[in-house]
Ligand binder design. Structure first.
Ligand code: GLA
Length: 395
């Protein structure tokens, strides 16, 4: 396990300095409900978690930037210059922070010098808990701090999404960056993705915990399938727009969708749009259930969300279905669903604390038997969004 002093020692040894850098942290996220609704102008309900990315950084006197990740030691130190921040395949993971440098500069931030930055992330790799958005926002708050930029979190969040969309080439929505930038300990965020209006809702689970279950599945084609889903929703929207003046699927109620769905010419696109509209309604319902302390009702909505992602959106697959459907059969589980983009990644379940070990054992056994390898389990602690870490406050 890494501690504050081991990161500091690593920084000093990699960059050959005795000085003390500043330390920033950006969490990962889970999404309680509201999946594939963000780029459809609907609502999402994510929360930031205590796993995340540490970024230790120091300004340099010249314009050189050096990046190092303790998660990819074989890649070594990646160097570039403030004057050339173009995407470069050979820079691998460092394209995420490079993109942030570029877009923050383009947004008018006065980043006058280069920097040495060391990253360490404890978000399980490829788990769909938003490690890339976490690196983006860790870089954002670091640049904000080192260069006294006074940038608000929301514009920084938008630049993080721009990095995904325009620099990396994934047409993702705003959810991940928003959850990571605006997270609040023990709260989930109900976000309207078309207006960016948001509300915090306390997550009070009494004697329950949120279990995160990782499929450990490799997600090689996830990016292209994700972009395909988005295109299908856009095609459905454009069919609906022939008779309805709407800007996004998120504007439709369930009743309106049912009345106009015949306008969507392609069967697959119609299913995708149905998910987006019904999921948005479920997400608004879920906020009410949580506020009323109705965890049973909340859990049911999670289950419905998973079924819709399985049958209408078709982003679950054997691994996530095995975990979620096994969870549903266990005593003490109020609800379970995939979280994030799907195609692998993680599921979440609301589980009675006392029964959590038994639930894990059952899921582990069925998953090994059905899928052939092991899942992994973590307990989610909902923590604050991206920020500088005071000395001694290392998570
Ligand atoms: C990924 C994307 C988000 C969102 C989810 C699905 O995490 O980055 O913008 O679309 O998938 O809800």
């Amino acid at each position: 396990m890494n501690t504050a002093s081991s990161l500091l020692n690593e920084f000093r040894s990699i960059f050959g300095t005795a000085k003390t850098p500043r330390t920033f942290f950006a969490p990962g996220r889970i999404n309680l409900i509201g999946e594939h609704t963000d780029y459809n102008g609907g609502h999402v309900f994510p929360a930031s978690i205590s796993y995340g990315t540490y970024a230790l950084g120091m300004k340099r006197d010249d314009s050189k930037i050096r990046f190092y990740s303790m998660n990819f030691p074989d890649v070594g130190v990646i160097e570039c210059d403030l004057s050339d921040l173009a995407f470069d395949t050979s820079h691998k993971w460092a394209n995420y922070p490079k993109g942030m440098f570029l877009f923050m500069k383009e947004a008018g931030c006065s980043i006058s010098h280069g920097a040495d930055i060391l990253y360490y992330g404890n978000i399980p790799h490829g788990a769909g808990l938003s490690s890339s958005a976490s690196i983006e926002l860790a870089t954002g708050v670091l640049l904000n701090g080192l260069f006294d930029l006074n940038m608000e979190h929301v514009p920084m969040i938008k630049l993080g999404q721009k990095v995904e969309n325009e620099y990396i080439g994934l047409n993702s929505g705003i959810m991940d960056q928003f959850a990571i930038g605006m997270g609040k300990k023990d709260h989930a965020i109900l976000l309207n993705c078309s207006t960016l209006e948001y509300k915090y809702a306390p997550v009070v689970l009494n004697d329950h915990v949120i279990l995160i279950i990782n499929t450990n599945k490799r997600r090689d084609l996830a990016g292209s399938k994700y972009n395909e889903r988005r295109t299908q929703c856009e095609a459905a929207l454009s069919d609906l727009q022939k008779e309805r003046s709407i800007k996004s699927l998120g504007e439709l109620t369930i009743g309106e969708f049912d009345a106009y769905q015949h306008l969507i010419r392609n069967d697959i696109n119609r299913k995708r749009a149905r998910h987006a509209v019904y999921e948005n309604a479920r997400t608004l319902d879920a906020l009410e259930k949580l506020r009323e302390g109705d965890l049973i009702g909340f859990g049911k909505l999670m289950n419905e969300s998973h079924l819709s992602l399985k049958h209408d959106y078709e982003v679950t697959g054997l691994e996530l279905d095995t975990i979620v459907e096994t969870a549903w059969e266990q005593q003490g589980v109020l609800g379970a669903r995939m979280t994030g983009a799907g195609f692998g990644g993680c599921a979440i379940a609301i589980v009675e604390k006392e029964r959590a070990d038994d639930v894990k054992k059952s899921i582990y056994a069925v998953y090994r038997e059905t899928v052939g390898y092991e899942p992994a389990f973590y307990t989610a602690k909902i923590s604050d969004g991206a920020k500088e870490i005071e000395k001694g406050a290392f998570i």
